[in-house]
Design a binder for this molecule. Structure first.
Ligand code: CU
Length: 137
């Protein structure tokens, strides 16, 4: 009887130790435009400042957990988790680890999506994206 108590106590202790060391995986972090504000009306070049929390910005090339780089998607939407972010005039990669840029856009209304992706350009999905709308005059 005493032995089984000891075993139970050990199992419980092991369980708590394990839970403590391995908190459940959750989608941590967020990305956001520091500039421009959602709904902004802008004249001329659009200055964009890209922010991230819970992840580290790192130039592309190497797969390192907890790191990645920004992408801006013009008039599109976030890229599904695990998919490689396309590269064309609509999908801009900031593979040097840049956190700010200037966009030259014709007058009109745009949606800008900020998408964080890993060193191999594989998207972290909608959880690590933000979409805003702006008007360029
Ligand atoms: Cu990329």
């Amino acid at each position: 009887m005493k032995k089984s108590y000891t075993v139970s106590a050990l199992l419980i202790a092991a369980f708590f130790a394990f839970s403590y060391c391995n908190p459940p995986a959750k989608a941590s972090g967020r990305v956001f435009f520091t500039e421009p504000a959602d709904g902004a009306v802008i004249e001329g070049k659009v200055k964009v400042m890209m922010g991230v929390e819970g992840m580290e910005v790192k130039p592309a090339g190497e797969l390192v957990e907890g790191t990645g780089h920004h992408h801006i998607i013009i008039n599109g939407s976030s890229v599904e988790k695990g998919m490689v972010v396309p590269a064309d005039e609509k999908y801009i990669h900031f593979g040097k680890g840049q956190t700010e840029t200037e966009l030259e856009l014709e007058p009109g209304e745009y949606s800008l999506t900020l998408q964080f992706a890993n060193g191999l350009h594989e998207s972290y999905g909608p959880d690590l994206s933000q979409t805003i709308k702006i008007t360029v005059k």
